[in-house]
Each structure stands twice: as structure tokens, then as C-alpha cells.
Design a protein around this ligand. Sequence first.
Ligand code: ADP
Ligand code: MG
Length: 697
Amino acid sequence: MTNLTVLFGSMVFDDRKMQERLPRVTYKALKKTIKNGEPLDLSVANAVANAMKDWAVEMGCTHYTHWFQPMTGVTAEKHDSFICPAGDGQIIMEFSGKELIKGEPDASSFPSGGIRATFEARGYTTWDPTSPAFIRDKTLYIPTAFCSYTGEVLDKKTPLLRSMERLSNVAVQLLHLLGKTDVTRVTTTVGPEQEYFLIDKKMYDARPDLIYTGRTLFGAPAPKGQELEDHYFGSIKTRVAAFMNDLDEELWKLGIMAKTKHNEVAPSQHELAPIFATSNIATDHNELTMEVMKKTAEKHGLVCLLHEKPFAGVNGSGKHNNWSISTNTGENLLDPGKNPENNVQFQLFLAAVIKAVHEYQDLLRLTVASAGNDHRLGANEAPPAIISMYLGDDLGALVESVIRGTEYKSSGETDMLTGVDVLPDFCKDSSDRNRTSPFAFTGNKFEFRALGSSLNIACPNYMLNTMVADELAQFYEELKSAVDLEAAAKELIRRTFTEHKNIIFNGDNYSQEWVEEAARRGLCNFRSMPEAMAHYVDKKNIDLFVRNGIVTEAEIRARYEIELEHYSKQIRIEALTMIDMAEKRITPAVISFVRELSDAAIAKKSLSASYSVFAETSLIEELSGELEQFVKKTAVLKEAVENAGKHSSSSQELATYYRESVFAAMEELRVLGDAMERKTSAEYWPYPSYGEILFGV
Ligand code: ADP
Ligand code: MG
């Protein structure tokens, strides 16, 4: 039996190790940087670097790497050894403060959205002391931020750190105004619930679409899908359980608090939720979790799929971003407390979130937009593409009472009576869940549910932090010179609730009535990634980021370009993979099967003209007709891909073309491919079926 308390964090240069290994003054200085965001000087960095290196070498490491999150969508690392010449052909292991603070990966091969020409190759990674270093594969990993030589931000972490800083500053200002002068720092916290699929490696290896694109581009549904709902929370298969146990251990070693695991709705789908952490650490941990999931799966002969929609016809995978704000004095600012009706502070923060989500619904929508997530949003398995907020009965009633100036009555906590003596009775949550809402209040936090499973959570979180910070700053400006603060705050809250209540919707987000109602309310409904992304560069959004010092206009435009380019490339890879599968394997397979049918029919007839060849000939007829269409549609798709060059005057135009022409042609081709799969002998069909992949049959 493993000793969990020893195992947990054993691969992390965590607080306990820092305390043990650093001189007291160094430790104190470092803690100040971590806790209060104070700048760090080189002597401290030297001492920390040395202690880190000693620990890493004792743990068997020979290398270190600056670990960063460029705009590619995956993390990046460049490994250097600790080796240093010590004269006479000898070596010593060294690691200086400078090396800890600054790395210089060549920036030219990372996406910059046209910010830099390739000859301006220099880029820097800078140590982020707020996220602890850790060991993987005998290498010391140092979490870092990434920028270009001229200082442009080229990663996802820097805007996140800036947004956390900004939100802290304005929230502290406001709290001081409200009399909470002991608060010196406010942090945002995140707990991301991660969904994923696990499939057999042999099945994966036989599917070029999974290998190249992460999702199946063809595949007829299995006789059974998720309709019986027998997988959700079902007992976990032995092989999967072994994977999950191994995964938990690997994550715990890295100091990641993996807490909850269960089967999800779709066959072969699962979920993992950690205990929440500060946004920055939660982001690093979520990136690590996704990487460790993939590696651990390999060890068990499995493959972990993080694509948003690996299989048509069953649910895809998302990520729930549980988000809250708390003070360094331990107060959760989104906790309504026992009497929310008298809690002006809570109402102010609630009002800021409501106003932010209403005014920047387009940003929240576009930050979760991707080629993969386009298959989910609005498809009755994930929240719709329309952003709205669910407050639940209690908070909903509170907001109503404030708007109307009427008395508020909480439904209060009620006891849940199980009616069975041996089962304990317990206190029921005061409001039920609404699983269809994209942005739901869940007790003392908001759950943003529209994220795709593979998304780096830094992006939605820096958007969220920035927009809420901006509202809090406006509130502060309005209230700072009020004569009667309480009256002014109440008036501000009433006005904000009234002006922004249109974003609140407690009903069924999947219903057609909501789509119509949302349109009447003037809410955005962007159905696809290119449509949503266009709003990244709307003036009001650029102004928001610039005003709050998160990124510059040039950086936003660069990010916008990168996202659109990435989208077009992804659809292009999918289209080319489909063409390849169609021409090289599917068409020849159907031709062979049809020949076999014809041979069989001829053979029968040569024995006796009286034998029925109805089965053979009707199948030949159906398949020949479909194959003709299939070959023609393959040609249409090829032509659509070839014509892309004519629509490339801007990244926006190209992405829109890929969506409207190429993707549409892919969907048509798939319908025919899947129809032929249903009729073609399994012996001839070149790829494992959904049944084999998802159910092992
Ligand atoms: P559910 O399935 O009901 O949505 P889970 O228990 O699976 O809930 O996940 C809830 C997530 O919310 C967990 O990751 C949890 O740590 C996180 N969480 C709880 N409190 C906070 C908070 N104050 N800030 C951020 N995340 C939180
Ligand atoms: Mg959830």
C-alpha cells in the first residue's frame, strides 16, 4: 500500500522542500513574490536555482527545461543539461539564477500571428515563481511565460497572470472602500472537470482519421449508443480502473489533487475532476493532467482521446471551468452567505459578474470556439452557442426582489428525508442543477460549461478575469466618492441587475423556444468558430484588453489571426485525411465487395438459373449507386480544398470558406461513406467499426 502523504507532491519543488532547502531570508523573499506578486532579485533567484538543482540531481535528473504554453495549443519545452565544464575534462552540475529566470528558445517556429518576421527569431521564457517546478522523466520542469525579443506576449500564461493581477488590484480597492481593509490580495480559483475517451491502442492505430485529426471522419453508428444511459456512473472496467489508479498516482506525485473520477454518458467516456487551485496553477495542472493522461493510457495499451467530438452520434467531451474569487483572508467573494439580501458586498460582486457576462458574451463564446467544439455547442449535448447565466431559484429571486424593491424570501435549506432508517438524512442543496446552462451559479462559484475538452483553460480564464475586473473598476469609480456608500452601492446594484437581467435564463437551454427568446433579448448566437472569432477584434473588446493592460491591440490581432489560421489548417487536414481514406481504402474496399457479390451471383446462376440472386443483385445495385455518388462527392471535396487559395484574402475569409464549403462537403461525403459501411461485409471494410472501438465487439 502506497503512503499517499509521502507520494503526494514527491515530484514537486513545493513549499515544504523550499522551506527545508532554502536559507530563511531567501525563502521569505520568494514567498513574498509568490503571495504578493513582489518582484524578485537575482540573489534570491541564484539561491533558489541552486536548491532546485540539488534536489533535482538527488532525484536523478540530468536536465532542466523551461516549460511554456505558446499559441500552438500544446505545451512546449526545450531541454538543457546541468552539465558545466570544471577543467581537466571534468564536469560539475550547475544551474544559475539567470538560467532559472530566463530561457531563450528560438521563437520563430512558434505562431506569432504576423507579429514578428522569422528573422526576428529571438524569444524569451521567464520563470513563473507562482507555479512550482516539478520533475518528469528525469527532467526538472520550470513553468515559464513566453514573449518575443521586443516584448510581445506569445503565450497563454502571461495574459492570465496579468488578468489575475488586475482583478486582484481592483477587487482589493473595492473591498477597502467597503471597509475590508485587512484584505491585501484577491485570487481567482479554478477547478476544471476534464472529460476524455479511452480506446484500445490497436483500434486507434487502424484509424488514420484518429491519428491525424483526433476524431473519426467516417463511422456508422453501432447498434447501441448511449440511449440506455448505462455507462454514466456505471462500474468501471478492470482495465480502465487500472489506468485510473495509475493516473491518480502520477498526478498526485506532481502535486495535482485529482479527486473525482467516474464514467461519463458516452460509451468509453470518463471524467476526472481535481480539487480547485489558483487559476494559474489550475491551468498548469490541467495542461499536465492532459499530458499525463495520454502517457498513462499508452502504458495500458490504451489511447486517451481529448478531441471534443471523436465519435458522431454519441456525446463529445467538454471541460467545466468552475471559477470563483477569494481573498487572502479566506473569504469566498461569491459565497452568498446566510443572508444574501443584506450582503451588499456579495451583491456587488454578483452584479459585476452578471454585467460582465452580458456585455462580453461574445468573448466568452469565442474563447471556447474551435473546430472541435463546433461539433458540440448547440448540439443538445453541450450548452448552446448562446451564452446565458443560470442563477438558480434563490439567487434568481434575490435579483428579482432587488429590481422590484420587494422583500426577498429564501427557500432556505431543507432536510432531505431518505425515508429509510439506516440511511442518514442530509441537508439538501437549496437549488437544483441546470445542466443545460453554459454559465451556472453553483453555490459559491460559477461553472462555465462551454469549454471543449482539449482547450487550454488559460484563455477563458483570462477573458473572465479581465471582464469582471473591468466591471469592478467601474463600480469602484462610481462609489469611491459617494457620500452615503451603502445607498449608492444599493442603487448601483439595482441598476446593474435591471439593465443586465436579460442575460439570466433559468430554463431549458436546449429548447427551440430559448433560441427564439434569446434572439428577442438581443443575445448573440454565433453558430461556428469563424462567425464567433470575428468579434475578437470588435472595438469594445480590443478596448477592454488594452484598458486593463492585459494585451495590446497588436497582440489581440495576432491572436485572432493565429486562431483563424489554426482553424483553417485543421479543417484542411481533416479534408485531406478524408480524401485519402476515401480514395485509397473505402472506394477500393467497396469495389472488391461488389465484385465478390457479382462473382457469387454468377457462380450461383452457373449452377442453376433457378437460384435466387436477389440478395446479391439488390446489394450490388444499392452499393453501386452509393459508390458512384461517393466518388463524385470525393471529387467535389477535392475541388473545394483546391479552391481554398481563391478565398484567402484574409484569415477570416479563408476560415469562413473552410467552414461553409470544405466542411460542408466533408459532411456530405461522410453520409455516403457511412451508408456504405452499413452494407459492406465487415471482412471488407478497411477500418474498425464504432462497435469494435466503443464496445469491443
Ligand atoms: P459537478 O460534477 O457537480 O459539477 P464536481 O465535484 O465534479 O462537481 O466538480 C466541482 C469542481 O469545482 C471541483 O473541481 C471543485 O474543486 C471545484 N470548486 C469547488 N469550489 C471552488 C471554488 N471556490 N473555486 C473554484 N472551483 C471550485
Ligand atoms: Mg460540473
